[in-house]
Write a new protein. Structure first.
Length: 204
């Protein structure tokens, strides 16, 4: 990657967001079937740039958004997202750590947390936050995975409870059936199998 926040691909320069450049830093590219150049800072991270590949030579292909300083307003954004949690200060600390780890695409990270939090109930998102902090997870996508896992576990318990009540209301049912418990999969085991490996090219 160059100091002017561009990468070179097939004799053309393609922009990345202002401030992405760091000495000896690599970015990862993917060429899609739609003839687009997709750029990430990590192999499994959010997209930081997405350009149509040019067949000309010596051109600068630039996204105007990449020339703007997008760090302003992050503190307000974090405050908005943290307001969805009971312990707002703890939520802010969690989100600040995400900001520290993913400064260049923190808005995308916060957007994911916000959307998932809006679509869940208070107890569930609070529990997901606690689990993430407990396990040292500071990623919006993994927060989303933990939240979805907890929701499925809660749904399973509710379905089992309804089934148990129906069994109790019937006569002549084998008593041992009432001792049946739903399968509870460990969260750590679940997280281990969430993501598959994807190969990307490395560009310096």
């Amino acid at each position: 990657m160059r100091k002017d926040n561009t990468i070179v691909y097939q004799s053309n320069r393609y922009s990345v967001p202002l401030g992405t450049y760091q000495k000896d830093k690599d970015v990862y590219i993917e060429i899609t079937a739609e003839n687009r150049l997709v750029i990430r800072e990590q192999t499994d991270g959010p997209v930081i740039a997405n350009h149509i590949i040019s067949f000309e030579r010596g051109k600068l292909i630039q996204d105007r958004q990449h020339t703007r300083d997008r760090t302003k307003g992050i503190a307000a954004y974090i405050s908005t997202v943290s307001s969805y949690f009971t312990d707002e200060e703890r939520a802010k600390a969690f989100l600040e750590e995400i900001h520290h780890r993913y400064p260049r695409y923190v808005r995308d990270q916060l957007g994911i947390v916000l959307k998932m939090s809006k679509d869940s109930d208070q107890r569930t998102r609070d529990e997901a936050l606690c689990e993430c902090i407990k396990r040292g997870i500071y990623s919006a996508s993994e927060y989303s995975d933990v939240l979805a896992f907890i929701q499925r576990q809660q749904q399973q318990k509710e379905e089992f409870k309804r089934a148990e009540e129906e069994i109790k209301a019937l006569h002549g049912i084998e008593p041992s059936l009432l001792d049946t418990q739903p399968e509870n999969r460990e969260l750590a085991q679940y997280l281990d199998v969430l993501k598959g490996a994807t190969k990307y090219d490395t560009v310096t």
